[in-house]
Write a protein that binds this ligand. Structure first.
Ligand SMILES: [Zn+2]
Length: 223
């Protein structure tokens, strides 16, 4: 990665919109457009001030998040497996585990599973979809900045991949008791685990912050 030394300058030398301050040491530097692989580092403290961003990265993340929302819906709407013990069959949905934990009196655990595997990932994906949608389309949808903070807060609570591994482990145990027939829900959970992992990896706070700032600056200028 090629690093560009920022043009250090005194604050009064350039109009405010062309100069930026290093958040760590307040050295002023001239902001300019970067090419692929380039970054701007602060010459005083070494902090990364700006990085080149692929202009299509947001659209790709948005498409990935849209797919994840769809997978999440399908994972909840279709049965994961059918469990067969000596002729008695039972279909399992994602919510079935929560219900049976609750019925057996383990309600704190039921609540934890419900929040970490169903409720929080759903809220997280919907908010992320809204945020990426606004940023990709360069629309000043209300609350983008606050949603960015909320989404970041929820990031560690997206436990879908952990849930998928947990299901696999539980199934291996259950197979000693009866027969398991996989259903399409399991496939959707697999897709969801993979896509939400990719969404987490592609999340780039600085890119989103920059885009929100660009949208705000454009709207301030035009109004
Ligand atoms: Zn600095």
């Amino acid at each position: 990665m090629k690093s560009i030394s920022p043009h250090r300058l005194r604050e009064h030398q350039f109009p405010q919109e062309h100069s930026c301050l290093c958040p760590d040491c307040s050295t002023a530097y001239r902001d300019h457009a970067l090419g692929p692989g380039e970054i701007i580092l602060c010459t005083c403290c070494g902090r990364r001030l700006k990085k080149y961003h692929d202009p299509h990265a947001l659209q790709q993340s948005w498409a990935l998040t849209t797919a994840s929302c769809l997978f999440l819906f399908m994972a909840n709407a279709t049965p994961m497996m059918v469990f067969d013990v000596s002729g008695n069959t039972q279909s399992s949905f994602m919510i079935t585990g929560v219900e049976s934990l609750f019925a057996q009196g383990y309600w704190p655990l039921a609540l934890l599973v419900f929040l970490s595997a169903i409720a929080l990932p759903t809220v997280h994906l919907i908010l992320l979809w809204y945020l990426l949608g606004g940023c990709s389309l360069k629309r000043a949808w209300p609350g983008l900045s606050s949603i960015l903070s909320i989404v970041e807060l929820f990031m560690p609570w997206n436990l879908i991949p952990v849930f998928a591994v947990g299901v696999m482990a539980a199934v291996l145990k259950l197979e000693q008791l009866g027969q398991i027939h996989w259903k399409s829900g399991a496939l959707w959970i697999g897709f969801l685990a993979l896509s939400s992992l990719m969404v987490t990896l592609s999340f780039d706070r600085s890119l989103l912050e920059q885009r929100i700032a660009d949208i705000d600056a454009r709207d301030t200028k035009s109004s």
